[in-house]
Design a protein around this ligand. Structure first.
Ligand code: C2E
Ligand code: CA
Ligand code: CA
Ligand code: CA
Length: 274
C-alpha cells in the first residue's frame, strides 16, 4: 500500500519494509540509481526568523524509482548505508548542491546531510575539498549536517570534523533533542549550527516546558557561538514562539516545502535578494 507523505510516496506495508527479498531488490536498484539518473535533489529554504530573509537552503534527496515512484530518504538512505552505495550517492548530492549554490548570491549557504558511512570514508575530506574548488564555492558557504548517531558510529569523527573545519566548512548538529547525549556533544565538538528537531519544535505550542528547553538551548548556543535553526515550522504561531525563544533561523513548510533548483532563484529574489 502506498500513501502520500509530503512530496514522497511512503511505502506503508510492514511486509514490504521488512521483507528481506524486497530490501535486497531495492539495494540492487540503489547500486545503479546514480548512473541511471534516478536521483533528484530538492532544496528547502532556511530563513532568518526576524526578517524572513533567505539565509540558505538544505539539500534533500529524492529517489524516483522506476516502479515505485518517488521514495523518501528516510526509507532508502538506511538501505544505501548498509551496502555502501551511500558514498557514491553522497558525492552526487554534494556535487549537485555546490553546482546550484554557485549560482546564488554569495552570502547564501547550502546545507548537505552526511551519513556515518560517508564520514568514515577515507577520501571524504579530500573529496569535499576538491568539490569546493571545482565549483568555486567559498568553503564557509557549505554546511555539513551530521546527527548524533553519526558521531556515535564514528570513533574518528572528531579528527574528520577538525579537518573539515580546517578547510573552512561549517558543521551543523542535526536533529538536536532526539538523541540521548546531545548536550554532551556540544561540549566535545564545535558546531556552527544546532538544528532543533521538528518533533521537539512542534510541541512548543502545547507544552510550556519545551518552550523553556528551546530557550535554554538558544542560550547555550550563544555561549558556544553557534546559531540555532528551528526545524518544522508549519504555523505563524510556531514562528513567533521560536522567535521569542531566541532561535535566529527557521525552516519549515510555513516558509516553503523543498523545491527544485530552478525554483530557488525565484525564492531568493522574493525573500530579500531581489
Ligand atoms: P532531516 O535532515 O531532519 O531533514 C528535514 C526533513 O524534514 C526533510 O524530510 C524535510 O522535507 C522535512 N520537513 C521540512 N520542513 C517540515 C515541516 O514544516 N513539517 C514537516 N512535517 N516536515 C518538514 P525528507 O526530505 O523526507 O528527509 C528525511 C531525512 O532523510 C532527512 O531528515 C535526512 O536525515 C535524510 N536525508 C535527506 N537527504 C539526504 C541526503 O542527501 N543524504 C543523507 N545522508 N541523508 C539525507
Ligand atoms: Ca538535515
Ligand atoms: Ca533535522
Ligand atoms: Ca530527521
Amino acid at each position: 500500500a502506498k500513501s502520500a507523505g509530503g512530496d514522497c510516496i511512503v511505502v506503508a506495508s510492514d511486509d514490504f519494509r521488512n521483507g528481506l527479498e524486497q530490501r535486497r531488490l531495492l539495494q540492487r536498484d540503489l547500486a545503479t540509481a546514480v548512473s541511471r539518473g534516478e536521483f533528484e535533489t530538492v532544496f528547502q529554504p532556511i530563513v532568518e526568523v526576524g526578517t524572513l530573509r533567505a539565509h540558505g537552503f538544505e539539500t534533500l534527496l529524492r529517489w524516483d524509482h522506476p516502479d515505485l515512484g518517488r521514495l523518501s530518504p528516510d526509507f532508502f538512505i538506511p538501505l544505501a548505508e548498509e551496502t555502501g552505495a551511500i558514498v557514491e550517492i553522497g558525492r552526487f548530492v554534494l556535487d549537485r548542491a555546490l553546482s546550484v549554490a554557485a549560482k546564488w548570491p554569495e552570502p547564501l549557504t547550502v546545507s548537505v546531510n552526511v551519513s556515518a558511512v560517508q564520514l568514515g570514508d577515507k577520501a571524504f575530506v579530500a573529496h569535499v575539498h576538491e568539490s569546493l574548488l571545482r565549483h568555486d564555492v567559498a568553503p564557509h558557504r557549505l554546511i555539513l549536517e551530521i546527527t548524533e548517531t553519526v558521531l556515535i558510529r564514528n570513533g574518528n569523527a572528531k579528527a574528520v570534523l577538525d579537518e573539515l573545519r580546517a578547510l573552512g566548512v561549517g558543521i551543523a548538529l542535526d536533529d538536536f533533542g532526539t538523541g540521548y547525549a546531545s548536550m554532551g556533544y556540544l561540549r566535545q565538538y564545535r558546531f556552527d549550527k544546532i538544528k532543533i528537531d521538528k518533533s521537539f519544535v512542534s510541541t512548543m505550542v502545547d507544552e510550556g516546558k519545551s518552550a523553556a528547553i528551546v530557550r535554554a538551548i538558544c542560550g547555550l548556543a550563544r555561549d558556544i557561538s553557534a546559531t540555532v535553526v528551528a526545524e518544522g515550522i508549519e504555523t505563524e504561531e510556531l514562528l513567533s514562539l521560536v522567535g521569542e525563544a531566541g532561535c535566529q533561523l527557521g525552516q519549515g513548510y510555513l516558509f516553503a516545502r523543498p523545491m527544485s533548483a530552478l525554483q530557488t532563484t525565484l525564492f531568493i529574489e522574493r525573500n530579500g535578494w531581489g
